[in-house]
Design a protein around this ligand. Structure first.
Ligand code: DX5
Ligand code: ZN
Length: 226
């Protein structure tokens, strides 16, 4: 099985023909479609919601939908995103008054649950909840916008989370989101990531989706397993 999964963040896609964009990147080889839902309250940007997710399902897209909620609060959107066809739902711990309850809600509606950490958010949030998680998302930029620069000291945070996951012996996916490009992806994956989320590197590239994804996969194949 593939050690690394590639997720395309559609924040950088062309929204006037989003369904086609998603089909094109799937055909080109991405494994997951990453949905950035922003509310202009928790983050200073406004994007899409469950309505768009639902219409993409109705359009016929059957691939894995990974919803990244950057909203406060989260519980109502958890329910509507699950009903609209999400597979994974990830939220930021500071956006929920009751983290355990929000995670249970995600599971109650049949989805896998993830917790997202901003560059400066402490990993202490994991202490009493890691057993219930399917995914941990580490932000390598401040949330809100595509096309930002990867924050280098996040590499040590990724290494730290990988150690926590391995110690816990749980099958938790470690996803990294923000500023990933062809030059730094090798080092990020080598630090312990499973899922690499890429937005502008895929969608705002002079290369075709097929060519850039082929290059990304070639980079990932060169990783020396530890
Ligand atoms: C940022 C989003 C990311 C972003 C990634 O708040 O969560 O998913 O779209 O885009 P790039 O790869 O351009 O940093
Ligand atoms: Zn995201």
């Amino acid at each position: 099985m593939n050690k690394y999964l590639l997720a395309a963040s559609i924040l950088s896609a062309n929204f006037s023909y989003l369904g086609k964009e998603i089909n094109d990147v799937i055909i080109a080889g991405v494994d997951i479609i990453h949905f950035d839902i922003m509310d202009n309250h928790y983050v200073p940007n406004l994007t899409i919601g469950p309505l768009v997710l639902k219409s993409l399902r109705e359009y016929g897209i059957k691939d894995l939908f990974d919803v990244h909620l950057m909203t406060k609060p989260v519980d109502n959107l958890i329910i509507s995103c699950a009903k609209a066809g999400a597979n994974y739902i990830t939220f930021h711990p500071e956006c929920s008054n009751h983290i355990d309850r929000s995670i249970s809600l995600i599971k109650k509606y049949g989805c896998k649950a993830g917790l997202a950490f901003n560059p400066s958010t402490s990993l202490n949030y994991l202490d009493y909840i890691i057993d219930k998680l399917d995914l941990i998302l580490i932000m390598s930029v401040n949330p809100g916008f595509a096309g930002q620069k990867f924050i280098p000291n996040i590499l040590s945070k990724i290494i730290q989370v990988r150690k926590i996951i391995n110690k816990n012996k749980k099958n938790i996916l470690l996803s990294i989101d923000g500023g990933i490009n062809i030059k730094n992806i090798n080092q990020i994956a080598n630090s312990g990531a499973n899922i690499l989320v890429l937005g502008s590197t895929i969608f705002n590239n002079i290369l075709s989706y097929k060519e850039i994804i082929k290059q990304i996969k070639t980079e990932l194949k060169q990783i020396k397993y530890k």
